[in-house]
Design a protein around this ligand. Structure first.
Ligand SMILES: Cc1cc2nc3c(=O)[nH]c(=O)nc-3n(C[C@H](O)[C@H](O)[C@H](O)COP(=O)(O)O)c2cc1C
Length: 326
């Protein structure tokens, strides 16, 4: 690790780390611009790649961009900077979602930076069945801490609460595949044949659960021929619930930072993850997903954790297509 001047190559390095973040349907709804006069990297929403049927409020867009901001922070620290991160820095420009000031070299390496940085490139969504091996409590504690560090909370529901959440997700999944706008939209982000650098290649999808317990998103809802044969998933899925105290755009961004911090920390421990967002896409189901036994809060996403293959990277837009000239 060494501090370098923020030349064009360094900015590109930061942006490619940001773009490795997860985003809903791999929509990559972000743009970046570096301001040399203030040494600030600006992060904007790119609404031309929004997913309005699944995400009419832009909540999932903010989570996706928040995840990219977490990667930027980790990559900046890896390069020897002490970045100052501001969320929604300009009320007059709501699509300016974050600004990172990069003019202060780090005096000491933030704990765990290198391991998190390496995990940026190894983290992938894994939609295949996991082993029945439980994730150890010490690792789960670390993931809870990772969410907490970003002003969000990660809850680990017990068996009954997990069953209830998966039931709500199954209900949402049924609605998603029967709702014309939703199923056309999600089908439209699936890529077969030649792979353009947005959307999800069909090879990254998984099977449906033969036992019907784990309602994985059925992206290929329309084309039955593209379905993989159903398979048996883990018997006791480990679901984690990411919540925030409030539900403003700043909270959605914080949820994104927390999501990516949790996913990178899981990757460090060889724990894989997939995301179950379906119940968040129907307001009454998202509301019901709140656990009355927890402190009041807003559920932002469900994370499924476990042990499985490392998986492969899905394509990303080239840096030049998401980085605006200074
Ligand atoms: C807000 C959000 C919601 C997502 N919802 C789902 C989901 O419901 N089902 C799913 O399989 N993947 C979901 N994903 C994962 C994306 O599809 C995935 O991040 C994207 O395809 C890029 O692939 P990667 O995570 O392997 O880099 C979601 C991601 C985000 C950020």
């Amino acid at each position: 690790m060494s501090t370098r001047a923020l030349d064009a190559a360094t900015v590109e390095e930061l942006v490619s780390a940001a773009a490795a973040a997860p985003s809903i349907h791999n929509s990559q709804p972000w743009r970046f611009r570096f301001r040399p006069d203030t040494s600030t990297l600006e992060v904007r929403a790119d609404r031309s790649r929004a997913v309005p049927a699944a995400d009419p409020q832009g909540r999932a867009l903010h989570i996706s961009v928040g995840a990219a901001v977490l990667n930027l922070r980790v990559a900046a620290r890896h390069l020897g900077w002490a970045p100052e991160v501001r969320l929604l820095p300009d009320p007059a420009e709501p699509d300016l979602l974050a600004a990172l000031r990069l003019d202060t070299p780090a005096t000491a390496q933030a704990l765990g930076t290198e391991r998190l940085y390496e995990a940026i490139w190894r983290r992938h969504s894994i939609r295949t069945p996991f082993a029945d091996t439980p994730v150890p409590p010490a690792v789960l504690d670390e993931l809870v801490e990772a969410a907490h560090a970003e002003d969000a909370a990660l809850h680990l529901p017990d068996h009954a609460e997990t069953a209830r959440l998966l039931h709500l997700t199954a209900e949402a999944e049924r609605r998603n595949v029967t709702d014309e706008a939703q199923r056309t939209e999600s089908r439209g982000w699936i890529r077969t044949g030649e792979v353009p650098p947005v959307g999800i290649p069909v090879g990254a999808l998984g099977p449906q659960d033969a036992a019907g317990h784990l309602p994985m998103r059925d992206f290929s809802a329309i084309h039955a021929a593209e379905h993989r044969a159903p398979a048996l998933f883990e018997r006791e899925p480990r679901i984690a619930v990411l919540t925030t105290e409030h539900d403003t755009p700043a909270d959605w961004l914080r949820a994104g930072l927390a999501l990516e911090h949790v996913l990178l920390a899981a990757t460090v421990h060889g724990v894989r993850a997939s995301l179950l967002h379906q119940a968040m896409e129907w307001p009454y189901l998202r509301w019901e997903a709140r656990d009355p036994h927890q402190r009041p809060g807003y559920v932002q996403i469900l994370i499924r954790l476990g042990y499985g293959p490392e998986g492969a990277a899905t394509p990303r837009l080239p840096v030049g297509e998401v980085l605006d000239p200074s």
